[in-house]
Design a protein around this ligand. Structure first.
Ligand code: 1PR
Length: 535
């Protein structure tokens, strides 16, 4: 019996889907006594160290779990499921961990690196392990702000190191008890192979890479395929794509452009090597988000077939439905996570939350969707989608906003501009600039920025490097550059000239003008680290 210990946080659906896709049956742990009946036990983990330990205690799982681990029975911990094996964590001072491995979990210090460590990175194997049978050095998907450091106290547990700043423990193992810091269920074929090794109880054989290689691993740049989704005039949910956010045909009738079906396209991008998939429900501001069952269904079906991270945006906000029932943003996000999302992206509501926060004199009161979702699902699960537009001025003194001198003067020859935040898909401009928005969202607990540009969207003219550089330099969380990609060179340019962690495109992928594989091949020729290969 292979058992999953789901204690109620994060996206466990992906893990279930991955196990099922590999052809194994999974039993759920429902009572403490189930734990010792398991033949193989998987402990996933998303959220904070303290919350996970408290939940395990409330459910009465701590004692049987410790007994299971002390007996050295087959176990796979994932992400937080690795961290709670240790004695404690800086994330939740005073909360004891399971104490199976000596040592404390520490936060990444930052020091010029974006935190969380988010994206694809390889591992350096230190010893033979059944888990890594067949492993040939492919990167896995990581997302975490805290990590375990190798030291003499845990020498007998050290299975693999990964480098981000200094080396950390990306896999631990002693006997049949093992755990990994990355998410195998989100790591494409390499992750599925590792999961299969655990599920099938594969015996150890020599890996295809040398043991103890001292060459540091590197976090790769990510390529994100984005699907703007909305209902067309016939009532079908379609992937659409606009020019500067106008998604209707220029011809008579102005029908909503239809570029395909969401699940099929997402699967195609997964097979073609996309490192992440983002769905943006672009008209969600009009509807009641939880009444939007087709979008939840899209996520459910996609997560059965796609084993890289999925982000969902559009309508993540508190609302009251037609019958006067109120829903919190957390409840909306919860429904999406349970349907298979790994991250939620907040657009309009983030702008309004920042305006409120500034009006309160920069006092955090825990009321924003960002704070509430980050507190339960972790910062890494909260992406802020920004829809900025250039506003030109003649001189920096003409506006209180953060201004840049631009290489692309305005219509009247203006040499300066600021980047105005908008809501409702660009329909309404606000008196807020991108720097203020991005910094405040980071302070409120956002884990990543998805930076669009209304001016560049759908133009194929290249990313707005001036905008992207400005935001990249303003925050320490990862930034995804979006809007304007027209050819492979644009990706190399945005990585080299702005330092962003990820680049997103839509139109060129939908219209098959530039395959994802061509983007990656070009990046390799430019010496840019990326994850190569399909699925
Ligand atoms: O405000 O929280 O409900 O979220 C709405 C979400 O929908 C936001 O993330 C917003 O960016 C998005 N959105 C709203 N209207 C549109 C539209 O196009 N009319 N799409 C829209 C945003 C931008 C990117 C696009 C890139 C790359 N589209 O998604 O994929 O610009 O395109 P390209 O490579 O073809 O240039 P809320």
């Amino acid at each position: 019996m292979i058992a999953l210990l789901d204690y109620g946080a994060g996206n466990v659906r992906s893990l279930r889907n991955a196990v099922h896709a590999l052809g194994f049956a999974l039993t759920e742990i429902e009572r403490p006594e189930d734990i010792l009946c398991a033949e193989r036990l998987i402990l996933p983990g998303v959220g904070s160290f303290g919350a996970a330990m408290r939940r395990l205690e409330e459910l009465g799982y701590l004692k049987p779990l410790k007994d299971y681990l002390s007996a050295g029975r087959p176990f796979l911990g994932i992400c937080l499921g690795l961290q709670i094996l240790f004695a404690g964590s800086e994330e939740s001072p005073g909360v004891p961990g399971l104490g199976i491995i000596p040592g404390q979990i520490r936060r990444f210090p930052g020091e010029g690196l974006s935190v969380p460590h988010m994206g694809w990175n390889a591992v350096r194997l230190q010893k033979h392990s059944p888990l890594f049978t067949g492993y040939a050095g492919e990167p896995f998907y990581f997302v975490h702000s805290y990590r375990a450091l190798p030291g003499p106290e845990n020498a007998d547990w050290q299975l693999a190191f990964t480098d981000y700043g200094r080396p950390f423990l990306s896999a631990v193992q002693r006997g049949a008890v093992c755990a990994v810091q990355f998410h195998p269920e989100k790591s494409g074929q390499a992750g599925l192979a590792l999961l299969r090794n655990f599920l099938a109880g594969t015996s150890a054989s020599a890996p295809a890479i040398p043991l103890g290689d001292p060459t540091p691993t590197r976090l790769t740049k990510r390529i994100v395929a984005c699907l703007d989704v909305r209902t067309n005039d016939q009532g079908d949910l379609v992937v659409t794509k606009g020019d500067q956010y106008d998604v209707r045909e220029k011809t008579e009738g102005r029908a909503v452009r239809n570029l395909g079906k969401p699940v099929e396209l997402a699967e195609r991008y997964y097979q073609e090597g996309a490192d992440e998939i983002a769905f943006l429900n672009i008209t969600a501001f009009r509807a009641s988000p939880l009444a939007d069952q087709p979008m939840l269904e899209v996520l459910r079906r996609t997560s059965e077939r796609v084993f890289v991270p999925l982000t969902i945006g559009g309508g993540i906000r508190a609302y009251t439905d037609g019958e006067g029932r109120s829903y919190s943003a957390l409840a909306v996000a919860h429904a999406y996570f349970r349907a298979g999302a790994d991250k939620v992206s907040i657009g309009s509501d983030a702008v309004l939350a920042v305006e409120d926060y500034l009006a309160r004199g920069r006092v955090k009161d825990g009321s924003s969707a960002i704070e509430q979702i980050a507190a339960v699902y972790g910062n890494q699960a909260v992406v802020i989608s920004i829809d900025p537009r250039r506003v030109y001025v003649n001189s920096p003194q003409d506006t209180p906003h953060t201004v840049i001198e631009t290489r692309f003067p305005g219509p009247k020859g203006e040499r300066y501009c600021w980047f105005q935040c908008t809501i409702k898909g660009g329909r309404e401009g606000r008196d807020l600039d991108v720097v203020e928005l991005a910094r405040t969202c980071e302070a409120l607990g956002a884990g990543e920025i998805l930076l669009n540009s209304i001016d560049r969207d759908g133009t194929g003219a290249g990313f707005d490097l001036e905008l992207i550089r400005l935001v990249r330099e303003s925050v320490s969380i990862p930034v995804i550059a979006s809007s304007g990609a027209g050819c492979v060179e644009h990706f190399a340019e945005v990585f080299c000239e702005t330092g962003v962690e990820a680049a997103l495109a839509a139109g060129i992928f939908h219209r098959r003008e530039v395959p994802i594989e061509a983007v990656k091949s070009h990046l390799i020729t430019q010496g840019i680290e990326i994850r190569n290969g399909e699925g």
